[in-house]
Design a protein around this ligand. Sequence first.
Ligand SMILES: [Zn+2]
Ligand SMILES: [Zn+2]
Ligand SMILES: [Zn+2]
Length: 350
Amino acid sequence: MPGFDGTKRPHRRFNPLTGEWILVSPHRTQRPWQGQVETTASPAALKYDPACYMCPGNTRSTGHVNPPYKNVFVFDNDFPALLPEGEPAAFNEHDLLIAETETGVCRVLCFSPRHDLTLSMMKTSDIRVVVDCWSDQFQELGALPGVQYVQIFENRGAMMGASNPHPHCQIWSSASIPNIPRLEQESQAAYRKSKGSCLLCDYFRLEDSSQIRTVVQNEHFLAVVPFWAVWPFETMILSKRHIGAMHELGSEEREALSDILKRLTSRYDNLFQTSFPYSMGFHQRPTDGLEHPEWHFHAHFFPPLLRSATIRKFMVGFELLGMPQRDITAETSAERLRAVPDVLPNEPLK
Ligand SMILES: [Zn+2]
Ligand SMILES: [Zn+2]
Ligand SMILES: [Zn+2]
């Protein structure tokens, strides 16, 4: 950052995807911690848990019996946040009390029949099966009448509210575009209109030329701590090619996505020698029937850990009332993630 010392002075950084600012206070990184300390997260010990509603062969609370699946397994969420049916209705009183019905389909996707694995522990070839399933689900749900957006996301670890350690993600499809992808879509469309190019293609070129925020990369993907990251070890995976959704990825690119997911999550696990908690998800173009040439496929990882396996960041106070704030800079976080190996110490499945 020529002419700008972002390593010592408080400053704010702009997130061009959401149009929001984030406060960075690098001079505070030495402050002592006297706050909450969590217990260390350890991976599930059982390969098969008879009490788990996702393990093969088990009966769920609805009475459905899971098949003896060998790789991935998708089912409709037994307690979905959205329901597919319902007559549309809306309510508006004085433009102040506004509500409308929302419909959609929510699914659960198990990454593996093994209860005790995480993406970082899975074989790349097994992650590839998950990538193919994500792609199929995006297409299938996105093609349903009335579905304008498909959100794939994984909550990992009890710290992120995951209720079950079985490796899985959720897929929520909805009749409206949720807030964050809508903001990102508007920003990408406005950038394309004013510059004539893609926001994230241009951002990729900046990151690729400096490498100071790069965490890991391969031939088709780059993982960086974004310049505007809010969470201490937040990362973003960018496809090097301009595509809007996962199903446009070719076979080699899918291999590369599986590879970078394994290497990035392994770095996370190695950083604090813990099964690293996070929320992650893919942002893909809306499925509202429009082309969306502005949309660039990417993934976000939002991990809560701050300075060890047991100390997490809270979004409170100024962050709830003013704007998000962080102490460690994005550049320092990237350096720390680069400094640890991108394979696990005891690769159990190699
Ligand atoms: Zn299980
Ligand atoms: Zn692009
Ligand atoms: Zn995004």
